[in-house]
Design a protein around this ligand. Structure first.
Ligand code: FAD
Ligand code: SIN
Length: 558
């Protein structure tokens, strides 16, 4: 049973109802150290989704842009391959739609696919206008290719596209006087009218946020936008940065939002297998430009699995690598980039090449060891293209949202596009809403907590969750493995829950609590799907049902 209510919330609500004046919001020019702040728009997360939403909303009110690490700790910053969109006469919008639907294995929401894909050209043009330096050839955008795409349609800035996009978006947001950026601030939980015991409709009133010196601030906002990215840290091996612990999803669930299709975790086929670089991604664009997947003896094996070879959609390639590793009893397969040629490697893939050289691997000379690793969450907080969730005043955008765009498997390079289209639609929707005043919110309650004594427990639980998910809820699943995972995760959750309410909050503890919840929600979703489709493969249900159905979890049903 997943608990989403707590003694602490009851206490906060009772104090608030008895003595609301004590908790009134103070003036907006308060210092960060104070316990209460207010803003028009609270945006949690400063990846592509959060940054674009901030830049769209800043002309219309005060924006508070919160992120829990350094600016670079986002998946956006780390994105390599590029952003998909139709930018060539040889390509068509319809072909991008069909490729997205094919990759999604029958589960994409076609209306969402059309709404997002149709804006690719315009979004890429806007990125160019704001200073993103995409690669060009003869004056035109240089377009690369990745698995599942039937045309070259991926705009890229060498192999560091995310960094180029992040810097361009930041240049819009950073100088704006209406934007206040709070780095090293970790959102804890959402404040909702229902949690405060108010009788009117369920509405989000802001969030509690932990600042870098360990104080919890109550931030009251007219609108709250979750742009907190993915959940890769729930697995041992992931391409994701440290920040990807699914905080937004866990917060939304505890506040009462439903979740969609959480079982569809995309494993990227080619992460480096190396002691010192275990989360380094080797972009799919390498395969798009000609790299081969081979085993230790140099044999290309992908054509045994799919006629598209190395450029089959990711679910097929990751499963093939996993299968070969198990069949041959080895720890990795290899990516042979030599067919691309030294000149192209040194130019297009200069960052990857440089980082590998630092690890003593030269991809112009030899194949590089790779394994599949958790990369992307195709589902998320159930939301429409505008990011609207089940709770009024609360939006979810980017990877944290489950819109139905990706269905059961995301087409490569569609997610940066989704982030930016959603951020734009979300801002338009927010600005159409009645601009009601900010409601007062109570301060955080830490009465009854005692200083931490055993930090080792946090580390142990963290390792156990990630090992459980990797061993039992990976690329190939079964009823028995899911049952085992659920049993273990439930125990860990109970331990964390009892620890959480007795100790002061810290970023580690918050992330651990969120990871444990996310892990259980992923398992629950996987248990509800009695078929194999896209990224969810079960040995007990190898067939695909004729009727494709979303998995929806609602907090009240658990
Ligand atoms: P993110 O960019 O992940 O940002 C999340 C933000 O939320 C961060 O600022 C984080 O600090 C903040 N945050 C999280 N929790 C909290 C909290 N509790 N409190 C405060 N702040 C919080 N997609 C493509 O389309 N093309 C690519 O080429 C591509 N390459 C990729 C390469 C890598 C290595 C990875 C990991 C992903 C790649 N993806 C790619 C996927 C894509 O980058 C992401 O899906 C996308 O960038 C997500 O953007 P976002 O804005 O939703 O979240
Ligand atoms: C990559 O460059 O392989 C990542 C692309 C993506 O995840 O869309």
């Amino acid at each position: 049973m997943i608990s989403h209510s707590s003694a602490r919330w009851v206490y906060i609500a009772v104090c608030f109802v008895c003595n609301p004046e004590q908790y009134g919001v103070e003036s907006p020019d308060m210092k960060v150290q104070t316990k209460q702040l207010k803003t028009d728009f609270l945006i949690i997360g400063s990846g592509a989704a959060g940054l674009l939403a901030a830049s769209r909303l800043a002309p219309h009110g005060q924006v508070m842009l919160v992120n829990k690490g350094e600016f670079r700790d986002s998946s956006t910053w780390n994105a390599q391959g590029g952003i998909a969109g139709v930018s060539s006469d040889k390509d068509s919008f319809e072909s991008h739609v069909q490729d997205t639907l094919n990759a999604g294995a029958g589960l994409c929401h076609e209306d969402v696919v059309r709404a997002i894909v149709s804006r690719g050209t315009e979004i890429i043009e806007e990125l160019v206008e704001i200073g993103t330096r995409f690669d060009r050839q003869d004056g035109e955008l240089h377009l690369t290719k990745e698995g599942g795409h039937s045309s070259r349609r991926i705009a890229h800035a060498k192999d560091a596209t995310g960094r180029a996009i992040s810097e361009a978006l930041l240049s819009l947001v950073a100088p704006h006087r209406n934007v206040r950026r709070l780095e090293q601030h970790t959102a804890i939980d959402l404040i909702t009218s229902r949690r405060l015991g108010q009788n009117y409709d369920q509405r989000c009133l802001g969030a509690y946020v932990l600042n870098p010196v360990g104080k919890v601030m109550a931030i009251a906002a007219r609108f709250t936008i979750l742009a907190t990215g993915g959940v890769g840290k729930v697995y041992l091996y992931t391409s994701n940065p440290h920040a990807a612990s699914g905080d937004g999803i866990a917060m939304a669930w505890r506040a009462g939002c439903s979740m969609m299709n959480l079982e569809f975790i995309q494993f990227h086929p080619t992460c480096l297998f190396h002691r010192q670089g275990s989360n380094m991604l080797l972009s799919e664009a390498l395969r798009g430009e000609g790299a081969h997947l081979v085993d230790q003896k140099g044999r290309r094996f992908m054509f045994d699995y799919d006629k598209r070879g190395e450029l089959a959609p990711r679910d097929i390639v990751a499963r093939a690598i996993d299968h070969e590793m198990k069949k041959q009893g080895v720890d990795c397969m290899y990516l042979d980039a030599r067919p691309i040629g030294d000149v192209e490697i040194a130019d297009h893939f200069r960052n990857i090449h440089g980082r590998l050289l630092e690890l003593g691997l030269d991809m112009t000379q030899e194949p590089v060891p790779v394994v599949p690793a958790a990369h992307y969450l195709c589902g998320g907080i159930r939301a429409d293209v505008h990011g609207r969730t089940d709770i009024e005043g609360l939006y979810a955008i980017g990877e944290t949202a489950g819109t139905g765009l990706h269905g059961a498997n995301r087409l490569a390079s569609n997610s940066l596009l989704e982030c930016l289209v959603m951020a734009d639609c979300c801002a338009s929707d927010v600005l159409k809403q009645p601009q009601t005043p900010v409601s007062p919110v109570p301060v955080w309650d830490e009465s009854g907590v005692v200083p931490e004594t055993e930090r080792i427990q946090i580390k142990q639980n963290w390792d156990e969750i990630r090992a459980t998910m990797s061993h039992y809820v990976g690329i190939v699943r079964s009823d028995e493995r899911l049952r085992r995972a659920r049993r273990r995760l439930r125990l860990i959750q109970e331990e964390i829950d009892s620890y959480y309410w007795k100790h002061p909050v810290s970023r580690d503890l918050l992330e651990l609590r969120n990871l444990a919840l996310i892990a259980e929600l992923i398992v629950q979703s996987a248990q509800q799907r009695h078929e194999s489709r896209g990224l969810h493969y079960s040995t007990d249900y190898p067939e695909t049902d004729e009727l494709a159905k979303d998995t929806v979890l609602k907090p009240d049903d658990t």
